[in-house]
Design a protein around this ligand. Sequence first.
Ligand code: IPE
Ligand code: IPE
Ligand code: MG
Length: 233
Amino acid sequence: MSIPRHVAIIMDGNGRWAAQRGWPRIKGHKAGVKAVEDILEAAVAEGIGHLSLFAFSTENWKRPGPEVASLMALLRMYLRMFRRRFIEKGIRFHHLGAIEGMPQGIQQDLRELEAATAAHPGLVFHLALNYGSRLELVQAARRCIEDGLKAETITEKSLQARLWTGDAPDVDLLIRTSGELRLSNFLLWQSAYAEFYVTETLWPDFGAQQLRDALDAYQQRERRFGGLAITET
Ligand code: IPE
Ligand code: IPE
Ligand code: MG
C-alpha cells in the first residue's frame, strides 16, 4: 500500500513519561514538544501530505489550573519558535479547534501562522488545540444553517466541508501513543475508515523510527471500505 495521505496522532503519555523519572508533568510536556519537532521533520521526509496532531482537547481544561497555564505558556513559546521551521521546510500550518476558546495571545499567533504559511506547498500540519470532535460536528451543523442550507440539501459532503478539517482528506492512519485504546473525541468523522495503530511508546519517546514502524504496519493492512478484498472480487 502507498504512503498514507493523512496521518493523525493522539500524542499521549507525557505525564507518565515525566512521572517515570520523578519529574513534574510539565517536563513531560516539554519533552513532548521536542518529539513534535522530530515528527514534523520525519513526516516531511516520508512524504506525508497531511499530519494532524492532537495537542489539547476540549476536555483537557478539566486539568489543574497550573498544568493548563504551563501548557499554554509552552505552546506560545513553541509556536513562535516553529515559525522559522515552517518557512524553511515549506510547511503549511493549520489550526483545528475552537480558536475563540484559546487565550487571546495564542489566537493571534495561530491566525498569524496560518496566514504566513497559507501558500506553502509542502506538508499540511494541522495542530488540534481546544479540539473536540463532537464540538466540531455541532459547529458544522450550525454553519450549514447559517449558510442557508435546506434540510434536504445537507449531504455528507456539505457537512464535511464545514468541519475544521475542511477539504483535508480522510485520515488514513491514526496513531495513539502510550497504549490507550480510545479515540478521546479526536477526528471521529474523519477517522471513519482510518487504520488504527497503537503503540506502548510514550509520546516523548516517539521519533522518526517509531513513525516508520507505524507506516510499515500500515503497509501490511488491507483496506476494504466495506467492500471485498481484491482477491475475492
Ligand atoms: C498528552 O500527555 C498531552 C496532553 C493531553 C496535553 P498527557 O498529559 O495526557 O500524559 P498522561 O496521559 O497523563 O501520561
Ligand atoms: C487525549 O489525551 C488528548 C490529547 C492527546 C490532547 P488525554 O490524555 O486527554 O485522553 P484521556 O483522558 O486519557 O482519554
Ligand atoms: Mg493522557
